[in-house]
Ligand binder design. Structure first.
Ligand code: CP
Ligand code: NVA
Length: 329
């Protein structure tokens, strides 16, 4: 799983619905003092998942470790100073060796080519845990969160999100790119406001637009440099840090470029968001991209359920790719 673009709309829908149903079933079982129910209980017994993280992480690390443990497997965390990944050994050699000893690699890397390189040489499934270009586990959790909060027609085969509008205000980055691909596939319109010079690169834009192929009512992508334009009639306002990991040296320039893009109640009102608009953020959050009043607004902010859903997204992805060997049932 390199990106949401690897999944058909039906597969993506199934992963999100599975994440949501596992959440309910496991929470009910834990509340009753029971072990996780079948099919999760013991599904990964004897399996080791190598977690190769070249960047720091709270949610992705904890959710992956907890998900593997929940299914009876062994998560093996390998930080950037622990293994030879791309430093003292080629990606190819590392991938061949680690995949000969484990059942899955979950990798957080810098350049996207690092995770596709690992996958190309691996004999086991590889899951992208964030690269320069994509963050598929985040997008599964995000759509689970939207489905659980805003679905118009909950059903066992559809997310019921067609026609919703997401406004992304901020940096056009890895988290946005997979969110946009999923939006197009799910019939959700996405409008992106980024400053000049921080928009979607042409190669990624063509991947996002090609997500519409074969979809009867695809969502649309619109781009602007004016936050208010993107926000008009939006159901959900989303942002992420203006300074992603690896961009620290550009921080001063970026904070300057993004001035005026902070999400506030005033901006949402000025832009004409829908009256019941919600707020989402993948976290970690910094105050410059969204103020406290929105971030901690219990009537609008979905950020903590969104973070918790990372666990259920990891469970659904590991079940599909490791337990069911890529069959998304
Ligand atoms: N949202 C997310 O991926 O968070 P971490 O960087 O803490 O894993
Ligand atoms: N865009 C951020 C996401 C972190 C989860 C980054 O790449 O650092």
């Amino acid at each position: 799983l390199m990106s949401i673009s690897d999944l058909t709309p039906a597969e993506f829908t199934r992963l999100v619905l599975n994440a949501s149903s596992h959440k309910k079933a496991v929470k009910d079982a834990f509340a009753a003092g029971q072990t996780p129910p079948k099919p999760l209980h013991g599904a990964m017994t004897g399996k080791t998942v190598a977690m190769m993280f070249s960047k720091r992480s709270t949610r992705t690390r904890v959710s992956t470790e907890a998900a593997v443990q929940l299914m009876g497997g062994h998560p093996m965390f390998l930080g950037k100073d622990d293994i030879q990944l791309g430093v003292n050994e080629s990606l190819h050699d590392t991938s061949v060796v680690i995949s000969s000893m484990t059942s899955c690699m979950v990798a957080r890397v810098g350049p996207h080519s690092d995770v596709t390189g690992l996958a190309a040489s691996s004999s086991v499934p590889v899951i992208n845990a964030l690269s320069s270009d994509f963050h598929p586990l985040q997008t599964i959790a995000d759509f689970q969160t939207i489905h659980e909060s805003l679905s118009s027609t909950p059903s066992s085969s559809s997310l019921g999100l067609e026609g919703l509008k997401i406004a992304w205000v901020g940096d056009s980055n890895n988290v946005l790119f997979d969110l946009a691909i999923a939006s197009v596939k799910m019939g959700v319109h996405i409008s992106v406001a980024s400053p000049t010079g921080y928009g979607i690169p042409p190669n990624i834009k063509s991947i996002i637009l090609s997500a519409a192929q074969g979809v009867s009512n695809p969502g649309t992508l619109t781009e602007t440099t004016i936050p208010e334009e993107a926000i008009k009639d939006a159901d959900i306002l989303v942002t992420d840090t203006w300074v992603s990991m690896g961009q620290e040296e550009e921080a001063k320039k970026r904070l300057e470029a993004f001035r005026g893009y902070q999400i506030t109640h005033e901006l949402a009102k000025r832009g004409g968001a829908k009256p019941n608009w919600k707020f989402m953020h993948c976290l970690p959050r910094h105050p410059e991209e969204v103020d406290d009043a929105v971030f901690y607004d219990e009537s609008r902010s979905l950020v903590f359920p969104e973070a918790e859903n990372r666990l259920w997204a990891a469970v659904a992805a590991l079940e599909a790719f490791v337990v069911n060997k890529g069959k998304i049932l």
